[in-house]
Design a protein around this ligand. Sequence first.
Ligand code: DC
Length: 217
Amino acid sequence: MSTIQIAIDGPAGAGKSTIAKLVAQLFDFTYIDTGAMYRAITLKAMQLNVELNDEDAFDFLDQTSFDYKDGVLFMDGNDVSKAIRSREVSNNVSLVSSHANVRKILVDRQRLIANDKSVVMDGRDIGYNVLPTADFKFYLTANVETRARRRFLENAQNGIHIPLEDLKREIIARDDFDSNRAITPLKPADDAIIIDTSDMPIEDVVKTIETKVREEV
Ligand code: DC
């Protein structure tokens, strides 16, 4: 059987990772959270104390390994899934992910991972840049209040407490930066199906995607 690629893009807090994970489980595909890779690099850069503004400070990327096990990202052999969700990483990841050399290396790695297996990959530029020939492309969006509320609840589950209004401000700033950066900004592929998840329960979004995929495979 040939492999199938499902790309899911959208702004912060639109429900991408929760939904992508469930869709991957449904079809027994590999889930790849590309945002986690940008977050992991940001974490490593902060640990190494490098100047985050300086593209040239990211040459450590060549010696950095990534591995996904059951949807969890390991960097250099370590489970970084908790550490990459910190507020500090969240507030610096847009800057780090705007560097051309960082994007080039990570996009190459993402394509390599998706090369020989069926995947659900989520991010900001998957449908039009990382996997432009993906079989299915979805772009999830939601109003900023809903997205901030979702992040608030997700954070609370992980023991992170950030006031809702702060989260809202931080999400707006991050989306603005991600949408306006020079290289492969956040945007839907021309042929993506756009789903506004503001008033949709997660299971309805998953069902919408599942129905679309089953119609065609
Ligand atoms: O999905 P997330 O919030 O974990 O993503 C973290 C950041 O990584 C996001 O602000 C922008 C960047 N990112 C990107 O530029 N390209 C991707 N494919 C995925 C994430």
